[in-house]
Design a protein around this ligand. Structure first.
Ligand code: PLP
Length: 392
């Protein structure tokens, strides 16, 4: 058979372009700060992060430890700075131990397939993040899905599994803590109760809860005052509220010892440059010593949601700083985003296939570095453009 080995690349890309589903990448020229320059235009950005302390610590680490770590963690790439970060994180989370991965995606893709295998069952919320879905796909376990945040449906899946012969050897429930598209919070206490009743492991992806929920931003388990041993794996990322990059898991010492001996993404991929590890330590320092950031984040969030709702915008079921501005139709969401950009507000549309066809929205994420004037500036522009496009 005569094959053309690469023609599909262009064909598939062209098909995406034709349907207007391709990513058009904007260029951020300079740091990710609330006011920044995107494609040459000064705009207010809805997902930025930066703090002088983190920059200082990163620069210092380059001077003391160099640029690269030199290797993967298990060979020669475990520096004192990586262990320091893990100690600081475990203390911050109130966990016995923590383990840092290159990214949150690497944590989910590397750990989930090791925690459940043949003869086991992984039960997942239907709206879990793609990195969880891929982690589950990499495992040889059976899969169950329950309706979004619906604990009655989760109970049904668990009961049905128990009736199977043989019943699953191990069961693991996985949920996002805060859902990344809608900003709603998973009903963790009820899920933990069901996990307890069935002897299931509970794995929470707290990527959007850390730095936001709970005491000083300690995350969803703290938010619900759940005893430490009820959530067996608390996974998170330094790439969101912490403002750097890197995934992590926290839990028992046995979990961490197991994870660093088994996760292929951890074992087989280079470790963080020292500057990254140092900046992550800086982020923990900031959360521990400057509580005003989390407080301001919530003040902005509450103000933004309240005024936007008063203006007639639909902000969905968000309970957190992730606030969708629901538009419905994809073309309209794109138009809203374009018009906002012309008015110096940078907020991207989330459209089909990332969300259902009639659930397109602009996703905004509040930021502690913004001022109240910045938030009001954005609200003013949403009002102007929202009226212009007949959204309110
Ligand atoms: C819920 C959730 N989990 C995991 C990730 C992946 O995190 P990272 O950016 O560190 O790879 C993301 C990022 O988009 C996320 O939203």
């Amino acid at each position: 058979m005569k094959r053309d080995p690469t023609s599909f690349l262009k064909e598939e890309y062209d098909a995406l372009v034709k349907e207007d589903l391709d990513w058009k990448l904007r260029v951020l020229e300079g740091p990710s700060t609330p006011w920044c320059v995107v494609d040459g235009k000064r705009v207010l950005m809805f997902c930025s992060s930066n703090h002088p302390k983190l920059k200082e610590m990163a620069i210092r680490a380059i001077k003391t430890h160099g640029v690269g770590s030199g290797s993967v963690r298990p060979i020669a790439g475990s520096m004192d700075i990586h262990f320091e970060l893990e100690r600081r994180l475990a203390k911050f989370k109130g966990a016995e131990a923590s383990l840092v991965y290159q990214t949150g995606f690497a944590a989910n893709a590397g750990l989930i397939p090791q925690l459940a295998g043949k003869g086991d069952l992984i039960i997942s919320d239907e709206l879990n993040h793609g990195s969880i879905i891929d982690g589950v796909r990499l495992s040889h376990a059976d899969r169950g899905v329950y309706k979004h945040c619906d604990t009655a449906d989760l109970a049904r899946v668990l009961d049905e599994a128990e009736k199977k012969s043989p019943a699953p050897r191990r069961m693991m429930i996985i949920t996002d803590g805060v859902f990344s598209m809608d900003g709603d919070i998973s009903p963790l206490p009820e899920i933990a109760k069901l996990a307890d009743e069935h002897g299931a492991m509970l794995y929470v992806d707290d990527a959007h809860g850390e730095g936001v929920l709970g005491e000083g931003g300690r995350g969803i388990a703290s938010h619900f005052n759940l005893p430490r041993n009820k959530v067996h794996v608390e996974m998170g990322t330094f790439s969101k509220a912490f403002g750097v990059v890197g995934g992590h898991v926290s839990g028992s010492k046995s979990l961490v010892e197991f994870a660093y001996n088994k996760s292929r993404t951890w074992l087989l991929s280079g470790s963080h440059p020292p500057a990254v590890a140092a900046a992550c330590i800086g982020a923990i320092d900031v959360l521990e010593t400057e509580p005003e950031h989390v407080k301001r984040l919530w003040e902005h969030t509450n103000h933004f949601k309240k005024v936007m709702k008063e203006l007639g915008f639909d902000t969905g079921k968000s309970q957190t700083p992730i606030t969708p501005v629901m538009v419905g139709d994809s073309a309209r969401a794109k138009r809203l985003s374009e018009r906002l950009y012309e008015e110096n507000v940078f907020a991207l549309p989330i459209i089909y296939p990332m969300v259902a066809k009639d659930k397109a929205r602009i996703r905004t994420i509040m930021n502690a570095a913004m001022t109240k004037e910045d938030v009001d500036f954005a609200i003013g522009k949403f009002e102007k453009v929202g009226r212009e496009l007949g959204i309110i």
